[in-house]
Structure formats: C-alpha cells, structure tokens
Ligand binder design. Sequence first.
Ligand SMILES: [Zn+2]
Length: 83
Amino acid sequence: MSREMFINDCPFCRQGIQKIVFEIPTGEFFVECDECMLQWESVEDAARDTGRCGHTHLGEQRDATLEEIQANGWEKYIQFMGQ
Ligand SMILES: [Zn+2]
C-alpha cells in the first residue's frame, strides 16, 4: 500500500484533503477535495489557495501516482498521510 498523498486540508469544507487527481478521458491533472469534491484547476492554485475552483472535471478519474507528481515537479507541494 502506498501512503496517501495530499496538498493541504481543504480550505472550503475543512473536513477533507486536497488530492492530486488525473482525469482519464482528458489526460488532465487537477486537485480535488476528497470530502466536498471542490476542484482546483492546477496544483499551484490549490497549494496557494488561489485561482479558479469549481466542479468542472466530470470524467472518470484516478489518483495521481507519485511518479506523475515527481515528473511534474509537484512533490514540493505534497504531504503524506500520517506525517
Ligand atoms: Zn472540501
């Protein structure tokens, strides 16, 4: 089992965590809260709590892998559950 990766606690609902998600049909990465499902268009926006957010990505999705996160230079934004 890999540890769950996230950016921050959700600033909107304060219950969930912001996770980096891959939308399979479009090949796009975005960030989504696992509780309220609020989405941010980019990892940088979510990390800085800025930018446009909404519920625009509706396609089938899966969690981004650590390899994908590293390939995009996002590892500086992520934390691991339990740390
Ligand atoms: Zn939330």
